[in-house]
Design a protein around this ligand. Structure first.
Ligand code: ATP
Ligand code: MG
Length: 300
């Protein structure tokens, strides 16, 4: 079917920590979709793009096998798969296109409360439970440590209590899971966030054009999240002070105010969040009528 070959297929996590943010990102990029009856496939109504909802661990494989053109998944999973493929002598065939601003976490070694830990040497000869055996093996190799890797598919944090491991190597974001399991973070191995991977197989020019378009829109979406549009009035003499206070802004637009003497209006896009403290400082150097507006879309 011609139509099928020209539609992009994107793999997303079906239900988990990345699901809402991944769908939200695509919606902000303008996608309208309807969910199929099987809840596995979403059909893009206004773009030639369909979504396949799967377990996150399957996403790199789907892209590797060219079942999907793109996938959104954590760098931790991407790296683990890349190393797993390499270990089996298979060239990893997915490319990392773009790192995203959600799914932030780190892969860390955690040790039971009270256990001694003074650096990687403390891991020597120990049993370490993880779902990321390849990343952990590389870390141990790089640090010249021989230890036993206990590969588990889940519930890694209870392994020490069950006597299955001395330490664990698992994902941490707030640390509350570790705390609840009487573990403490001892060493960070890798920082992670969600990323887009793409197929290595050459796609049609039509698909390629949509991938490019999507990337530009994603850049725009990520930029506007924190961005604000500031408008204020100020004496011309205070412009230098004011520019110093505007967080992450490019050259502001200065507009003369009719019949207001030396006062001008300053309009600027700030690429960082604008806090009350900033507004107070701006007022402190002479700004008035300060307005902060959200930026909805941006195309560089
Ligand atoms: P699935 O059923 O799809 O296999 P899962 O249980 O493997 O789901 P989730 O717990 O939903 O996966 O996590 C998905 C991804 O979210 C992780 O691989 C990681 O990149 C990211 N993430 C962010 N914060 C955390 C965290 N605190 N713990 C685990 N993963 C996190
Ligand atoms: Mg998973």
């Amino acid at each position: 079917m011609m139509d099928k070959a020209s539609r992009l297929k994107v793999a997303l996590q079906k239900s988990g920590r990345l699901t809402d943010n991944s769908l939200d990102l695509l919606v902000r990029c303008g996608l309208k979709y309807s969910r199929g009856k099987d809840q596995l496939l979403c059909y893009g109504e206004n773009m030639p793009l369909d979504l396949l909802l799967v377990r996150d661990d399957d996403i790199p494989d789907l892209v590797q096998q060219d079942v999907c053109d793109l996938g959104i998944v954590g760098l931790n999973v991407i790296e683990e798969k890349r190393l797993a493929f390499q270990a089996r002598g298979i060239a990893p065939l997915f490319e990392q296109l773009q790192v995203l601003d959600f799914g932030k976490c780190r892969l860390s070694i955690a040790v039971p409360d009270g256990a001694k830990y003074d650096g990687p040497a403390s891991l020597r000869g120990k049993r370490i439970a993880t779902t990321y055996p390849n990343i952990l093996a590389r870390y141990l190799r790089e640090n010249d440590v021989t230890a036993e890797i206990v590969t588990l598919s889940g519930a890694v944090e209870i392994a020490p209590r069950l006597g299955r491991a001395d330490f664990i190597c698992d994902l941490v974001s707030t640390g509350s899971t570790l705390l609840a399991n009487h573990l403490r973070e001892a060493e960070m191995i890798m920082e992670s966030r969600a990323a887009i991977i793409s197929t290595p197989v050459a796609v049609s020019a039509e698909k390629q054009a949509w991938i490019q378009r999507l990337r530009m829109r994603i850049d725009g979406v990520q930029q506007v999240k924190e961005s604000k549009y500031i408008m204020l009035h100020a004496p011309r003499a205070k412009l230098a002070d004011i520019r110093k206070l505007l967080p992450g802004s490019e050259a502001p637009t200065i507009v003369p105010l009719d019949g207001a003497g030396d006062k001008v209006a300053v309009h600027a896009v700030c690429r960082e969040n604008v806090f009350w403290e900033t507004l107070e400082s701006l007022k402190g150097v002479g700004a008035s009528s300060i307005l902060v507006l959200p930026v909805e879309k941006m195309l560089a």
